[in-house]
Design a protein around this ligand. Sequence first.
Ligand code: XBP
Ligand code: MG
Length: 242
Amino acid sequence: MLKAIIFDVDGTLAETEELHRIAFNTAFFDKDLPWHWDRQQYRELLKVSGGKERIRHFIETEQLPQRERTDLGDFIARLHQQKTSVYTQLVIDGKAELRPGVRQLIDAARTAGIRLAIATTTSLPNVEALLQSSFNDAGDGLFEVICAGDSVPAKKPAPDIYLDALRQLDLTADSCLAIEDSRNGLLSAVGAGIPTVVTPGIYTDDQDFSEAHLVVPDLNSIAVDSLLNNSGTSAVARQLIG
Ligand code: XBP
Ligand code: MG
C-alpha cells in the first residue's frame, strides 16, 4: 500500500527557482559583487545542487579572483546567508505559488491517511517560509518529516536526503512515492529505491527523466485518486504508467 508521498520543494511544490535567481542576484548586488546570473546561465548552474555549492562552482569555473581567498568557505557562507534572507522575504511576501495540483494531492493524501514528507536540497528557512506562506500555520504540522539542505553529507543527486526521509518515516522505499522536478532529484529518489513521478519545471524541462515511473506536466494531470488508491508500488507504477 502507498504509505507516504515525499515531495521535493523547489520546482515541485512551487516554481521557486526564478525567485532563487533573483535572490542570488540581489545578494551579489548587496555585497558589491559584479555578478549577475541570467536565466540561461542559471539553467546551467542549477545542475549543481545547493546554493553554496552553486556559488563555489561559479567562482571556480569562471576563474574569479575570489577563488584565491583563504576564507572562501566563509565568504560563500556569508553571501549565501544574505541570499537566503532575501529569498525567504520574497516567499513570505507571497511571491511563491504552489504548482497546479499540489494542494489537491496533499489534501487527498491526508484524507486517505497517507503520510507526507519533504526531501529537498534547499535550506530549511526556505522550506519554512514556503510552508508558512502557502499553508498558513498548518504548514508546520502538514509534513511529518522535513529533510532539507545541509542535514545530509551529500546533496542530490546523491540518495542521502531521501534515505534520511525513509529512515525518519521508518518506511521502506516501495511503500512510498517521490515527486520531483529535476534530473538531480530523480536520481536521488530512485537512488534510494523510491518510485518517482516527475513534473518538470521551467528550468528542467529539457532534462532526461528516463528513470521516472511517470513524467507529467503537473500534478493536475494525474487522477489523484488512482495515485493514492493503489496497493503496492508496482501497482502504483502500473497505474501511473497506464
Ligand atoms: C533545489 C536546489 C536548491 C535551490 C536553492 O532544491 O538545488 O539549491 O536551488 O536553495 P530542491 P539554496 O529542488 O531539492 O528543492 O540556496 O538554499 O540551496
Ligand atoms: Mg527541485
